[in-house]
Ligand binder design. Structure first.
Ligand SMILES: Cc1cc2nc3c(=O)[nH]c(=O)nc-3n(C[C@H](O)[C@H](O)[C@H](O)COP(=O)(O)OP(=O)(O)OC[C@H]3O[C@@H](n4cnc5c(N)ncnc54)[C@H](O)[C@@H]3O)c2cc1C
Length: 447
């Protein structure tokens, strides 16, 4: 018997969409090519894999990323609740143990009686309607052609940071401390302090190192929020010292001095067997990574559990191709969700999955459209972003500029407090919005 909905891609967006439909009483077939086939970036056999960093970014409510997470919690996101359950210490950010996160999402989905998992690398669109396509930024070009015909998809390059084994770090050369925090005991970050000469020697080596070649005809366009470390170094010898290697708030407790620059490591898993080098996404060859990154103080004998990589990241021209309910204008039974629709980031992909699942649930239950989340909310900002008809549509992380806020009286309230106020209001608005969605597509008894 066919399901009420088929979802292609059990990544962050697809899993969230499947859950939202299933708990509202709809049967879902969730199709993924893993573990039989994988994109070049995916390594795990399980669903909802975080391909690079294990961080879902800042938690503070005054940050747009923190607000989006708070709204997702309010809206009943499965993935955010599993992220909270599988969190590892990461200072003011929410970071997860990626194995536990992925395993737990998969376990919850497989345990749901209305979700059927199918392993298949989809080449042709299945005849079943309706459909949510959430195949992610590494979607195969031929599959995209099947989906969009000759219509254009765009791309840029995204890179992955390396992971090093904890027992290969020289713990005598590094120190634990979170930026601006004095509590060293519970610090989530490990700091590798550079002296001035060592820093400049490192930057020189980075600039001279071999890079993985891209196709000759491709002029690489990188996502500004995730630039390869060597690309940042190319912009100026001090760029890294003011960027991912900035030492402010990281006085070395052993010397009482602030190092010239600091490379930070963040724990990757709950057992602390591996650490990722924060901000060190790269397209250096594996050999060059071993040579150059071992110049980082404390990493002289680092064993690389995963090397950095660079990947093409594909997205569609959403404002032209999608309607506000994320349906393809040409084929309204197909919705596109996640990074492929032009949102950027793990949490944004979860949010897009949630919106697509709820939108389809409203359509299936009452043949009606989902009310869009209010523009004063981060979820509303995500929904509006994919509708912004601009000449050069680009993916974006959630930022405050996407969220409608009143004019701030600078003399009366500081920026942080103002944003916190706006955020608190936004979470309340999402509670009301969720109620109206639940009236259209109620939760199934016992879910
Ligand atoms: C190299 C790289 C690094 C990134 N690093 C970060 C980061 O550090 N932080 C961050 O916030 N964001 C990062 N992103 C961006 C983005 O947040 C993630 O890619 C995110 O996983 C996107 O979620 P998604 O659900 O859209 O796609 P994905 O999570 O990629 O899920 C897509 C799923 O579809 C499946 N699939 C694909 N094609 C088919 C097919 N034909 N048939 C069946 N199944 C298929 C795949 O196996 C996969 O499970 C990165 C992206 C890339 C490419």
């Amino acid at each position: 018997m066919s399901s009420d909905a088929t979802i292609i891609g059990a990544g962050l967006a697809g899993c969230e969409a499947a859950w939202q439909l299933a708990i509202r009483g709809f049967s879902v077939t969730l199709v993924d090519m893993k573990p039989a086939h994988r994109t070049p970036a995916h390594q795990l056999d399980t669903a909802a894999e975080l391909v690079c960093s294990n961080s879902l970014r800042g938690s503070a409510l005054f940050s747009a990323a923190g607000l989006l997470k708070a709204e997702l919690r309010q809206a009943g996101s499965l993935l955010l609740s599993v992220a909270d359950e599988t969190a590892v210490p990461a200072g003011n950010a929410l970071a997860v143990d990626r194995h536990r996160f992925s395993n737990e999402v998969q376990r919850r989905l497989l345990a749901h009686p209305r979700i059927t998992w199918r392993t298949e690398r989809v080449a042709q669109l299945p005849p079943e309607a309706p459909l949510i396509v959430a195949t992610g930024p590494l979607t195969d070009g031929r599959f995209l052609e099947t989906l969009l015909g000759d219509d254009s998809a765009f791309s840029y390059y995204d890179a992955i940071a390396p992971l090093v084994a904890a027992d290969s770090i020289d713990w005598t050369r590094v120190y634990r401390k979170d930026r601006y925090e004095d509590d060293l005991e519970s610090a989530a970050y490990v700091n590798c302090p550079f002296e001035k000469d060592a820093y400049y020697a490192f930057v020189d080596a980075l600039l001279a190192a071999d890079k993985t070649p891209l196709h000759a005809f491709e002029d690489p366009v990188f996502f500004e929020g995730c630039l390869p470390v060597e690309e940042m170094a190319r912009r100026g010898k001090d760029t890294l010292a003011h960027g991912p290697l900035k030492p402010v708030g990281l006085v070395d407790p052993r010397t009482g001095k602030r190092p010239f620059a600091v490379a930070q490591l963040r724990q990757e898993d709950a057992a602390q067997t591996a650490f990722n080098i924060v901000g060190f996404q790269t397209r250096l060859t594996q050999k060059a990574q071993q040579e150059v990154f071992r110049m980082i103080p404390g990493l002289e004998n680092a064993v690389f559990e995963r090397h950095g990589q660079v990947h093409r990241n594909t997205f569609i021209d959403a404002p032209r191709l999608l309607d506000p309910q994320l349906r393809l204008r040409q084929h309204p039974h197909i919705r596109i969700a996640g990074q492929l629709s032009g949102v950027e980031g793990y949490v944004e992909s979860m949010a897009s999955g949630l919106l697509s699942g709820l939108s389809l649930a409203c359509e299936l239950r009452h043949n009606t459209t989902m009310p869009l989340p209010p523009p004063q909310t981060a979820l509303g900002g995500i929904a509006r972003h994919t509708q912004q008809a601009v000449p050069n549509y680009q993916p974006s992380n959630i930022v405050w500029a996407m969220i409608e806020t009143p004019q701030r009286n600078k003399r009366q309230i500081g920026k942080r407090d103002f944003r916190k106020q706006c955020a608190e209001r936004a979470v309340g608005l999402i509670a009301d919005w969720q109620q109206s969605v639940n009236q259209l597509a109620p939760l199934a008894p016992g879910h």
